[in-house]
Design a protein around this ligand. Sequence first.
Ligand code: 5GP
Length: 322
Amino acid sequence: GAQRESKVRVRAHFDYNPDVDPYIPCKEAGLAFQRGDVLHIVAQDDAYWWQARKEHERSARAGLIPSRALQERRILHDRTQKNGTDLDSKQNDDFDREQIATYEEVAKLYPRPGVFRPIVLIGAPGVGRNELRRRLIARDPEKFRSPVPYTTRPMRTGEVAGREYIFVAREKMDADIEAGKFVEHGEYKGHLYGTSAESVKSIVNAGCVCVLSPHYQAIKTLRTAQLKPFLIHVKPPELEILKATRTEARAKSTFDEANARSFTDEEFEDMIKSAERIDFLYGHFFDVELVNGELVNAFEQLVQNVQRLENEPVWAPSMWVQ
Ligand code: 5GP
């Protein structure tokens, strides 16, 4: 046709099924998609209904999807419906999820020789994100590096300042957190721990791959155009496999000390619940989901993804690409 198609690509942050949408003008014309799908927006002329096709279905016909404005209105509407009923019981971070659950404009981010995006491993405690990070570093310590964290706790005998931690005074760390100098931080037994943005940048500037495995809440502060993190969700397999692989790993001592302790059934169930919560809150931000059943397989997948990142363009927020 004479009409030029738009070049806009978006990543959907919600699932959409036209079959159960009472407002779509024509169900047959709708395009179903899932959270995380990259959509090519072909036309945005109508205020409420865009035309789109899935990026990986180039030859398929375009279908109707709700526009950003329409989807935002729906979210606001749902939220007011819920007002006064279960609002108080909702956890605070649910709102982060709802605020952004429409579309995010994306573009292809091409690898640059010698400049590596930080690899960020996110996962429920106990699933193995720290173990995978250690293995990546052990495989090539010249290339893969993690920043030395800061802490306010006193140095222990045998520790060396700047090796295990950079030891700082509480007042200094409080002020630096306030000033936004930390990409992540947390409190443990009355002491602060955290990773500075500067230490991440210095690893990247040295031509190395910075590997982080912070608490999932760090996604909010890490996901910036400056750091351009590659986010991996390290997920548990289904319960039976989770139990079986950890029991086997313990017998063979394939996991490190921290992971080699035995978990209770309740702890295994918590891992799965916690992973589901991470997925609910941040699922649309992950570049890769990696199931950590057999550790060797998970590690192999991690290595493959890291190699792919070095060789192929990947979809990223379009704001990062300019
Ligand atoms: P320890 O004081 O025994 O060396 O470490 C206690 C705990 O501090 C660790 O298990 C971990 O949960 C936390 N921790 C260590 N480094 C960091 C960090 O860089 N950031 C955050 N948020 N917590 C850390």
